[in-house]
Design a protein around this ligand. Structure first.
Ligand code: SF4
Ligand code: SF4
Length: 553
């Protein structure tokens, strides 16, 4: 029989106890399989479609987030009987109800909306010029694409640019970062804009219009004499270092720049340097690009929220980044330090999840302390030490260098006679300890920066852009032409950040080998019989893509 509907039930390799009797009537051929998303499963579906001349298929099994990747090409209706029934113990009746609903939906559905979209521009916008954005820019530029690399700060380099060195080897950050910078900026097909913020995005894959606001550097020609710094009265605390409102970072551009959020426009720097123009105007810039890479990185969890640890209240409680920057500059020479891993992480009051990188950031600060100051007594507390691959060797080297590893979560930090006291359990010795120390380092968890994700209307659930974490969207060419590189989807170490950026750039380049892209998305339409016709306008108001508008008459 032609044009009929087929139902495929998948037990997900024994994960789902499929209903024994569906009572769907004989008109709906039903097939059971244990692994439909395997090559054999796909072949089985194709054979059945061929045999029955079917037009519509329904696949009941796991979540559409996974299943859609495999069965979208058949325009399949996916029924999630795993998470929505089997995993939550709802059993046969719920599964049957979900399947019946899918059958009714399929009978009336017009199928997915398909269209070919021309790739009007093969330029790419990369938002964020940290190590991920730079690496993605370098790879895209290698393949001949035009790249706009924008950075909202005055200097590129991002979070990695603020670090001193990366472990397990203790390699200076400049060895990795500066090499990528010098290989990226200055190319004919790469435009770098600092002080540039995304204002808006319109269009779709292959044809985006980007609106930027750019505050140009007010220094026309800088000879790096540094005299402006001496006269600037504004001091800024910048993640463990003190700097002035006019400052320099050894990345790019090779000039001093003004931190506009701190500068009070006193004009003292202009009195000693004729090349500084405080009246420089913001510019609105519009770009046309075919795809967007988000490389906005991550932000450390706000340590002041963990009130028991006294960050912001006690002078000598630091974040890992602050400690590292002070230590390598010689501004801190502690006789003892307690480093607290998982500070606020895996704790339902703060960050309920593991950020994956903070264990080895804590280990890194311990090793760095021993490398810089071998006589400092170092304590490292942890809940579980989550090291993998080469980081296990860092863990072993901590023991060899005399770091005191304490398994336990500190309950609080107090202060007595100018010393900090860390109150902690030691689960191995089964004792409560009070460790007196000069300073404490909080190795907190991380959250992706969300400002740009919101501007691009990418949904964020539980702090993360889930669609880019739990599906092939994290790496594949995707229907929106918006890619997330590095830590903008979830925390990664430097190596994995670079791998992610390379992978994303490679997939974007392969997407741009085509002249057009087929997009298959469900598209809504208005049922005129049901619309109130009273111009309530709610749909136009809530649509995040401005895809619907009210017209007179
Ligand atoms: S901005 Fe002027 S004063 Fe400041 S470092 Fe550059 S040349 Fe020197
Ligand atoms: S105008 Fe701004 S950057 Fe220049 S000296 Fe004054 S505060 Fe510093």
């Amino acid at each position: 029989m032609k044009d009929q509907m087929l139902l495929f039930l998948c037990d997900c390799r024994g994960e789902i106890d499929l209903p024994k009797d569906l009572n769907l009537g004989k008109q709906l051929p039903t097939f059971k399989h244990s692994y439909l998303c395997s090559p054999e499963g796909i072949k089985y579906i194709e054979e059945m479609i061929q045999k029955h001349g079917a037009r519509d298929i329904i696949v009941a099994g796991c979540t559409p987030r996974i299943a859609d990747t495999f069965f979208k090409k058949y325009d399949a209706e996916i029924v999630n009987i795993r998470e929505q029934a089997a995993y939550v113990g709802h059993g046969d009746e719920k599964m049957k109800a979900l399947i019946r609903a899918a059958i009714e939906k399929k009978k009336t559905s017009k199928g997915r909306f398909k269209r070919e979209i021309d790739i009007a521009s093969k330029d790419v916008l990369i938002i964020g010029a940290g190590i991920a954005g730079l690496e993605a820019a370098r790879r895209c530029a290698d393949s001949g694409l035009g790249v706009y690399l924008i950075e909202k700060e005055q200097f590129i380099g991002g979070m990695v640019g603020k670090l001193d060195r990366v472990y397990p080897e203790g390699t200076p950050v400049s060895h990795t970062l500066n090499r990528i910078i010098f290989d990226t900026v200055g190319r004919n097909n790469v435009t770098v804009m600092t002080g540039a913020e995304l204002q808006g995005v319109e269009g779709n894959i292959g044809n985006y219009t980007i609106k930027l606001k750019v505050k140009p550097n007010p220094i026309a020609k800088c000879n790096l004499c540094g005299e402006c710094v001496d006269v600037c009265p504004i001091t800024v605390q910048d993640n463990g270092i003190e700097r002035k409102a006019i400052y320099f970072e050894p990345t790019y551009p090779n000039t001093y720049a003004i931190d506009w959020s701190s500068c009070d426009r006193c004009g003292k720097c202009t009195e000693i340097c004729k090349d500084i123009n405080l009246d420089v105007k913001e510019k609105d810039i519009e770009l046309k690009v075919g795809a967007i890479i988000v490389a906005t990185g991550l932000e450390p969890f706000d340590a002041s929220k963990i009130t028991a640890y006294g960050y912001g209240r006690y002078k000598n409680v630091y974040t890992a980044l602050e400690y590292e920057r002070k230590l390598v500059r010689g501004e801190l020479k502690p006789k003892s330090v307690v480093i607290i891993n998982c500070a606020g992480s895996r704790d339902e009051h703060y960050l309920p999840y593991c950020s994956r990188v903070c264990c080895f950031i804590g280990m890194k600060e311990a090793k760095l302390t021993k490398d810089v100051s071998p006589d400092t007594e170092v304590y490292l507390t942890y809940i579980d030490m989550r090291t993998y691959g080469v980081f296990e060797s860092l863990y072993s080297s901590l023991r060899d260098s005399g770091v005191n590893l304490i398994r336990g979560r500190p309950s609080e930090i107090t202060e007595r006679d100018g010393k900090l006291i860390v109150h902690t359990e030691d689960m191995v010795l089964d004792e409560l300890l009070k460790i007196e120390t000069d300073c404490v380092v909080l190795s907190t968890g991380y959250v992706p920066s969300k400002e740009v994700l919101k501007k691009l209307r990418l949904p964020v659930e539980d702090e993360f852009p889930m669609n880019y974490v739990c599906s092939t969207l994290s790496i594949d060419a995707n229907p929106h032409g918006i890619f997330l590189a590095g830590c903008s989807s979830y925390p990664k170490d430097v190596t994995r950040t670079l791998i992610s950026a390379d992978y994303i750039a490679g997939n974007l380049v392969s997407m741009f080998t085509k002249q057009s892209i087929e997009v298959t998305n469900p598209v809504s339409e208005i049922n005129n019989d049901m619309c109130s016709g009273k111009n309530c306008g709610i749909c136009a108001w809530v649509c995040p893509y401005s895809a619907i508008m009210e017209e007179d008459g």
